[in-house]
Design a protein around this ligand. Structure first.
Ligand code: PEP
Ligand code: MG
Length: 564
């Protein structure tokens, strides 16, 4: 390899974790480049220059640490690619690199982001006149370093500035992280595949990619540097692989595989699910859009067990009007016909912030103003939201209303009170809807009896329950071992929920990703759960596994696992 040229890479195969099956071949489309035009100039008061320098130095240290991590990361291909990161480390460690920026700040008395943006622009102009491939690749390295530095200065996990709606069709999105609010900006029909540097199997991006059938892999450290914009990529969402700049032979091999794949339309036979001895199990589907609801019902889901309303909110660039939101729910109810619909109230916050509200970033967003906490802090949004839901069911069509991220009984009282007030105005009686809570914060499992009098049903969100029980972020790829080790604890927690509910007999659904796993779903039935809500793609395989055993066998299997 020519160490000065990333573009010289050919047929570089990188290991990844597959999260959504399928194969995609297309050009890389970066999602983290910062739009320099958005970095405005601020004049610094004289005594702020020192603190600006400190910001620069701490971002520099962080960037170096990241690059060293990427260089030595324990991967099979490390020897091959460490040269790239070595070059970037050299650029960052060069005294003149840092002093140029410092001089820029001192002379212009402008904010560091603005100074760096100007440096990048100057650099691009200078390199533009040098047409050779060697210089071009050098530019890419320096640009990459500057952008890493900027990301660390701005302390942003993601930047949604690329003109995503105008991206060419068939591209492969390459991103450090992709949040639900980013996904809402994408024209999903144009995405061929997704490659994420970090993430986990229960990240929202993984869930959404799977439900939309977009081939996706996660866990590819350094991919943003290795796959430059427009370089060809192959995403293998079956084997968990990415090939950067594939050779003609690799591309031909994958084109052949692609051609041999069955047509996209999922064949799905609708059927009821029973254990071998005839106990009925309801298999419902999780959905975030009309499209997903349609697909779920086509595939025979017994209902929509989790409508993630935040995806509707994220698809707009402002809050919806009551009319818009009501008509969205009405369209979904019309599709569901006589099948039940569970509308989960807006679960904004954490990774699902509404960008157009422009709230300040929280120190610890997953433990912050999320879900019901967010709604109770914003009574106007709550009022419009509940009005829309109740108007949709005003013509006698009952819905299940699910409160997200509950941790205190008072939160349920507050929502129930708001529903009652709005219901009076809208002419919807309490019998016109059921009210339930997400069980996804461990405190609720422990104190469930305080909630059971207040609700009609429970929905166990295992993605967050595991995250909070193990203090292991669901977005962090380095914490996978906590998620895999969690099964026993998770089953204990679910069993505790089922036992606490014994006398109350509320409906219990499990709607986290565990319900979509054919190997794990039977345990949930063994614990006494009768409704699962899952990815549409899992309906058939989960049903098949449940049907293999009698109810007694499933109970035994779960019991033995817990007693092991
Ligand atoms: C969960 O936490 O398990 C869940 C289903 O909700 P979400 O994935 O939307 O947070
Ligand atoms: Mg959740």
């Amino acid at each position: 390899m020519n160490p000065s040229s990333v573009q010289a890479f050919s047929d570089l195969e990188l290991a990844a974790t597959a999260v959504s099956s399928g194969i995609a071949i297309g050009k890389a489309y970066h999602f983290t480049q910062i739009d320099l035009k958005t970095l405005e100039e601020h004049r610094l008061p004289v005594d702020d220059i020192e603190s600006e320098m400190r910001r620069l130095e701490s971002a520099l240290a962080k960037s170096l640490e990241q690059l060293r991590g990427l260089q030595t990361g324990n991967r099979d291909d490390a020897a091959d690619i460490s040269d790239i990161f070595q070059i970037q480390i050299q650029i960052l460690s060069d005294d003149s690199f840092l002093s140029n920026i410092k001089v820029g700040i001192a002379e212009s008395k402008a904010n560091i982001e603005y100074v760096i943006a100007n440096h990048i622009r100057d650099l691009e102009k200078k390199f533009m006149s040098m047409q050779t491939e060697v210089f071009r690749s050098k530019l890419l390295d320096v640009q990459d370093v500057y952008h890493r530095l900027l990301r660390n200065i701005l302390d942003i996990e993601h930047v949604r500035v690329t003109p995503l709606r105008t991206m060419p069709p068939g591209v492969i999105i390459v991103a450090e992280q992709l949040l639900p609010s980013d996904i809402a900006l994408l024209d999903l029909k144009k995405i061929g595949g997704i490659v994420i540097e970090n993430g986990s199997t229960v990240s929202h991006v993984s869930i959404i990619a799977k439900s939309l059938g977009i081939p996706a892999v996660i866990n590819v450290p350094g991919i943003l540097s290795l796959a430059r914009p427009d370089s060809m990529l192959i995403v293998d969402g079956y084997q968990g692989k990415v090939i950067v700049r594939p050779s003609p032979a690799s591309e031909a091999r994958y084109q052949k595989k692609l051609a041999a794949l069955p047509p996209q339309v999922r064949s799905c036979k609708a059927r009821k699910c029973f254990t071998k001895d005839g106990i009925s199990v309801r298999l419902e589907a999780n959905a975030g859009s009309l499209l997903e609801v349609k697909e779920a019902l086509r595939c025979g889901a017994d209902g929509i067990g989790l409508l993630r309303t935040e995806l509707f909110y994220l698809s707009l660039n402002r809050l919806p009007t009551v009319d818009e939101e009501t008509s969205y729910y009405k369209s979904i109810l019309a599709l569901c016909k006589d099948k039940p619909l569970t509308i989960r109230m807006l679960d904004a916050g954490a990774d699902k912030t509404l960008p157009y509200l422009g709230f300040p970033r929280e120190e610890n967003p997953y433990l912050g103003i999320r879900g019901v906490r967010f709604l109770l802090e914003h009574p106007d949004i709550l009022n419009n939201h509940l009005t829309s839901i109740l108007r949709a069911c005003a013509d006698g069509r009952s819905v299940r209303i699910l409160i997200p991220f509950v941790s205190l009984p008072q939160e349920v009282d507050a929502i129930a009170g708001a529903l009652q007030d709005i219901g009076k105005k809208e002419g919807v009686a309490r019998s016109g809807y059921s009210l339930g809570i997400m069980v996804e914060v461990p405190a609720v499992v422990v104190s469930l009896r305080q909630f059971l009098d207040k609700v009609d049903f429970l929905s166990i969100g295992t993605n967050d329950l595991v995250q909070y029980a193990f203090a292991a972020s669901r977005e962090n790829s380095r914490l996978e071992r906590y998620r895999t080790a969690s099964l026993r604890v998770l089953l204990e927690l679910i069993s505790q929920v089922v036992n606490s509910n014994d006398k109350y007999k509320r409906d219990i659904t499990v709607c986290g990703e565990v319900a979509s796993d054919p190997a794990l779903a039977p345990f949930l039935i063994g614990l006494g759960v009768r409704t699962l809500s899952m990815q549409t793609s899992a309906l058939q395989s989960v049903c098949k596994e449940i049907e293999k055993r009698s109810h007694g066998d499933l109970v035994k299997m779960a019991k033995e696992f817990l007693e092991k």
